[in-house]
Design a protein around this ligand. Structure first.
Ligand SMILES: Cc1ncc(COP(=O)(O)O)c(C=O)c1O
Length: 422
């Protein structure tokens, strides 16, 4: 793939946010590509974000100098790998402000994290007639595991509805919470609509009933500071590949007292204290939940991405993303025939849209021909599509390395899509 020196034309630090996007883009080698002869415009960050050179380099260092299995070895390389892996856990702890590293369990991503809680907590503590509350805008990763649990236990899934803007109706949430509620699982930011949910307040409401809350932070962790103590959530799940780290990395945070009482998720090596044919005793946290050889290189990469995020000005990066969203919303809204799906007051980095009479897959395909990567489909949120009576949407999702000029290219190409189909 050719490298296009002119792939980024925005040269000045944004006068609105003071964020030097041009400088930041230099950190991400993949953005220098051309696609179909055009500069790559990468707007699929909600699916997977790109990886900065320092994170790539950290993975190489592990593979070149440290590659070895962790925890079980007394030899030099194993100790080096263990130090790097546990160092990444320390970084995660600081990144989300957990009380203790033992509350940060490494998993493959948000999906595995939510499944871990469903198996470890749900199957032990939720039974027949109990109720689990989720919201109408959940990703399938935060629907299907709870449905499976309900089916197995005879529990009931209750769903907080949303309004036409894609905002949860909090009065309805209040009505759903009752003495049968045993668990609440909510997305922080919707991947299909971009809505930022008022989760702190919603956690508070659930706690009044003594109900634990899991926050699916897959779409919030890359875009905003996360403080699990301030939120007071009982569990928080996120994926590394959506926050500038390799696939296979991710975290489920859990309050220690919950994790201690839960059943392990998987059985195997590294999660035990002792094994006989009669009885196994489990390792202390966090190892109890990390059976087998984990994705060592990827989790070390997650640690490096956290270092990277700590080194850039995250406040300015967030302001830049916010400005991109404002600008893109204004631009797309001005195009006749384009309808934005999800118009909540509080949104982060996701712009879903449909165009009259044109299937989102056709939109995505034509945009790709012009080097623009967006996602077209149901975004693993089919109930959201049903709620808005659309089969699918096209979704542009932003990261701090995107530019207003890329938004201009998107808007102009959408106009061409409409011309082609008219
Ligand atoms: C809100 C949300 N939750 C969960 C997931 C699942 O993440 P992963 O596939 O990394 O496990 C996603 C992925 O798109 C998501 O957007």
């Amino acid at each position: 793939m050719a490298i296009a020196a002119d792939s980024v034309t925005e040269t000045k630090t944004s006068s609105v946010t003071g964020f030097d996007v041009q400088r930041i883009r230099e950190d991400f080698p993949v953005l220098r590509q051309t696609v179909n002869g055009k500069p790559l415009v990468y707007l699929d960050n909600a699916a997977s974000s790109q990886v900065p050179q320092v994170v790539i380099d950290r993975g190489s260092i592990y593979l070149e100098d440290e590659h070895s299995n962790i925890h079980r070895g007394v030899h030099y390389l194993s100790q080096k790998a263990t130090t790097a892996y546990e160092g990444a856990r320390e970084k995660v702890k600081r990144f989300i402000n957990a009380r203790d590293v033992k509350e940060c369990i490494f998993v493959r991503g948000a999906t595995e994290g939510i499944n871990l809680v469903m198996h470890g907590y749900g199957r032990k503590f939720i039974g027949e007639g109990d109720e689990i509350i989720i919201s109408a805008m959940e990703h399938h990763a935060n629907i299907v595991p709870w449905q499976m649990l309900c089916e197995e236990k005879g529990a009931k899934l209750r769903v907080i509805p949303m309004n036409d803007a894609g905002e949860l109706i909090l009065d309805e949430y209040d009505t759903l919470l009752n003495e049968r509620t045993r668990f609440v699982a909510l997305s922080h930011v919707s991947n299909a609509l971009g809505t930022i949910n008022p989760v702190k307040q919603m956690i508070d409401q659930a706690h009044k009933y003594g109900v634990p809350v899991l926050i699916d932070g897959a779409q919030s962790a890359p875009h905003m500071p996360i403080d699990v103590q301030d939120l007071d959530c009982d569990f928080f799940a996120f994926s590394g590949h959506k926050m500038f780290a390799p696939t296979g990395s991710g975290v489920i945070y859990g309050k220690a007292d919950f994790l201690e009482r839960m059943n392990p998720f998987q059985g195997g090596g590294d999660m035990i204290k002792s094994v006989t044919f009669e009885k196994t005793t489990y390792a202390d946290l966090p190892n109890k939940f990390e059976a087998g050889t984990p994705a060592i290189a990827s989790q070390i990469g997650l640690g490096a991405s956290i270092d990277y995020l700590s080194a850039i000005n995250r406040v300015r990066a967030a302001a830049h993303e916010h400005e991109l969203m404002r600008y893109a919303t204004e631009k797309l809204t001005a195009i006749e025939g384009v309808r934005i799906i999800g118009t909540a007051k509080e949104k982060a980095s996701v712009l879903s849209f449909v165009i009259d009479e044109i299937h989102p897959h056709d939109i995505g395909t034509i945009l790709d021909q012009e080097g623009i990567a967006v996602r077209a489909g149901h975004h693993c949120a089919q109930p959201v599509m049903q709620r808005f009576k659309v089969p699918a949407t096209a979704r542009a999702s932003f990261a701090f390395y995107n530019t207003k000029e890329e938004v201009d290219v998107l808007a102009e190409t959408i106009k061409r899509v409409i011309d082609i189909f008219s």
